[in-house]
Design a protein around this ligand. Structure first.
Ligand code: XLS
Ligand code: MG
Length: 344
């Protein structure tokens, strides 16, 4: 029992602060300005959307995409960083207004598949073993717009083709129940794992579990992680926090419910998460109110909170816990945990 934890985040986690109600409040930073910050903040790896890695990739030839990815790989090597995954960003383009894989328009579906392939090509150059699929617009605003059976079959079909396209790549589905859509297909870990069963190689289809997304589905993130671990499917995690069922907040890890965060750290540690090279991603967003010169604290604070909770978890008297469990004295066990979290 002991996880091996390496931390990652994506360039989108350094954010200018725009929200649906107002513009940027901080100056943008270029990718090259962000890169040296990873190590300084305590991170070892970088997560990429396909167009974070190769901007404007829609307008580039396959050869040019590979060349740009190669140049990026050199920059990462230079900083001593690894690429954890590449995720096709299928929610920005006008062709994916109504989704990519589940769009009712065949040309749009073809575009989405192309982007998936390009993501795999980029991942290969970067040495990233994983593609993350967050199904942003693969859902509906009104149920009558799409057929849910056909939609799931279409998603499975594309994943299946990509497993054939690349015989090694692994795919981590990142479930989320809503936002931007009213209802998103593949809302939970169970759905994601079952989706993999519809493909030619379920062993290469797993999950990236994001704390906030579980909470939005009214589920406990640590139990979702346990479910995935029991299936050998926890390919990555996106730790953060979320204050109940509202818009996706991506708060610093543990900032809302420290006990809920503790249980995520504990389940990961207990089952040696990271032993196969998995990373701990922190998909956190700084508060809009934060000023320019202190706009990175959500990242370093999230690692600090993770490590503090890890120390608490490892410091618990396991013998006493086992005794309390055997005696079914969960009230006493609860006090023990709360006191530990209170530093008592
Ligand atoms: C959005 C997602 C996104 C993915 C990567 O809610 O969390 O950031 O992790 O595409
Ligand atoms: Mg995420």
């Amino acid at each position: 029992m002991a996880g091996k934890f390496r931390f990652t985040f994506g360039p989108w986690n350094i954010h200018e602060g725009a929200d649906p109600f107002g513009p940027d409040v901080r100056k943008p930073m270029t990718f090259d300005q962000k890169l040296p910050l990873f190590k300084k903040l305590g991170f070892d790896g970088v997560q990429f959307h396909d167009d974070d890695a190769v901007p404007e990739l829609n307008n580039l030839t396959a050869a040019k995409i590979k060349a740009e990815a190669k140049a990026l790989k050199a920059k990462l090597d230079n900083e001593g960083l690894y690429a954890e995954f590449v995720a096709p960003r299928l929610w920005f383009d006008e062709r994916t207004i109504d989704g990519g894989f589940t769009s009712n328009c065949p040309k749009c579906r073809a575009f989405a598949k192309e982007r998936f392939k390009k993501s795999i090509d980029i991942a290969n150059v970067l040495g990233a073993p994983l593609i993350v699929l967050w199904f942003a617009r693969e859902g509906t605003y009104i149920r009558e717009a799409k057929d849910s059976k056909v939609a799931v079959e279409r998603i499975a079909q594309v994943i299946d083709e990509m497993l054939e396209y690349d015989k090694k790549i692994k795919i981590a589905v990142e479930p989320k129940p809503n936002e931007p859509m009213d209802h998103t297909y593949i809302p939970t870990t169970g759905h994601a794992i079952a989706l993999g069963l519809l493909t030619r190689d379920p062993s290469r289809v797993g999950v990236n579990i994001e704390s906030a997304h579980c909470i939005l589905a009214n589920l406990d993130p640590s139990d979702e992680m346990g479910f995935a671990l029991a299936h050998n499917k926890l390919f990555s995690v996106h730790l953060n926090d979320q204050n109940s069922l509202k818009f996706d907040q991506d708060k610093s890890f543990g900032a809302v419910d420290i006990r809920r965060a503790f249980n995520q750290v504990r389940i990961l540690d207990k089952h040696s998460y990271g032993k196969n090279g998995e990373s701990v991603g922190l998909d956190v967003k700084v508060m809009r109110t934060q000023k320019q010169d202190v706009n990175l604290k959500h990242l370093s604070n999230s690692i600090t909170i993770f490590n503090d909770l890890l120390a608490i978890s490892r410091g618990l008297n396991q013998k006493l816990i086992d005794e309390l469990i055997a005696a079914r004295d969960y009230e006493e066990l609860e006090l023990l945990i709360i006191h530990a979290l209170m530093g008592k």
